[in-house]
Structures are given as C-alpha cells and as structure tokens.
Unconditional design. Structure first.
Length: 191
C-alpha cells in the first residue's frame, strides 16, 4: 500500500499552507481510494534549537530530527506546501531541514514530490516555490510537479478547505490525478 505524506512547511497554528496540503491530500484520496495511506505532519512536532555545528557536536542530533527523517523515509511520495517568509522558506522548516540533512544529506530519499505554495499575495509564494523546487534534486527529491495558489483569502474557502477559483482547482486536481496515476503505475519521474 502506498504511503503519501503531506507536509505543510509552516509552523503557524493558522497555516494557510496546511489548509492547502489537507485539501490536496483529500483530492489524492479520491484518486487512490484504498490503495494508499495518508498522513499530514505538523512542523510543531519537530521544534528544535536552531542548528549550529557546535550544538550538534556538544549535544548530538535531536530526536525530533531523527523522527522527521524517518517519516520522510517511510513515505512513498510527498505533497509539500511552502510558506513564503521574505521570499524563502519559513525559519521553522529551514531549521528542521538543516538538522535532518545532518542525518541524511539526501533528505527527500529519492521520493517523488508535488510542491505547492500559497500566500495572500498575487504571486502565491512563487519565489519560495521556485527556490524549493530547484533545490529539491540536490536533496534527492524528484519534483513531479508544482502548483501555486495566489490570493489565498479570495481563492480558498477556509471552512470547507476547498479552492474557490475554478481554474486553479482544476489545475491542482489535474496535477494530483496525474501524480496518483503515476504512483499507482509505479512510473513517477521528476520534471
């Protein structure tokens, strides 16, 4: 059975990227039905001191980093949605990723990825999405596709956790359907 991991790359309690990940997971469930298990991580479960080499040498690698690496390694595919903080990934995600890379430099374990971003702005996290998708292969991530949802407050229903913009909803549904079919057939290739 396939194991699909949703990962909102934000530690906000009101994370719009977590909402988008949960929506994407529900769409994937429609395509894979009983052929997959789904879970969504919460970055708050992996909170650690800020990485620095001296801390690693003195105290070792935190258990939370080891668990994060284990969760990614356990998954067959990942759906990640990145919060954009000042044009890059959130500090919370970056810190977890930095610790994780000390355990396993190929943090993504060769897993296929759908990478997404959303923001209240018109660019929809385009900068963080571009940076993250370009960096993924260096950490052995196979980017199957990307999706950006701009103007979150106008294009997403928070209560139903559903995309209101019909064109964007169709775009994401199409990407996730192709991803589900590729996973089901075992023919997932990165971009």
């Amino acid at each position: 059975m396939l194991k699909i991991l949703g990962l909102p790359a934000s530690n906000s309690d009101q994370s719009i990227n977590a909402m988008l990940v949960r929506h994407a997971v529900r769409v994937m469930q429609l395509h894979l039905n009983a052929k997959a298990e789904f879970s969504v991580l919460d970055l708050n479960d992996f909170e650690m001191p800020i990485y620095k080499p001296e801390r690693e040498k003195a105290e070792g690698i935190p258990l939370e980093a080891r668990e994060f690496v284990r969760q990614i390694g356990f998954a067959d595919a990942l759906i990640i949605s990145f919060a954009e903080h000042n044009g890059s990934v959130s500090a919370a995600f970056k810190n977890i990723f930095d610790w994780a890379s000390r355990i396993e430099p190929k943090v993504y374990h060769g897993r296929p990825l759908v990478m997404m971003a959303t923001s209240p702005g018109a660019r929809g996290g385009a900068s963080v999405l571009e940076i993250s998708s370009m960096a993924a292969p260096f950490f052995e991530g196979k980017v199957f596709g990307t999706f950006s949802l701009p103007n979150f407050n106008e294009t997403f229903d928070r209560e139903r956790e559903d995309i209101l913009d019909a064109d964007k909803a169709k775009e994401l549904a199409s990407l996730l359907k192709r991803f589900a079919l590729a996973l089901n057939e075992g023919h997932v290739e990165g971009d």
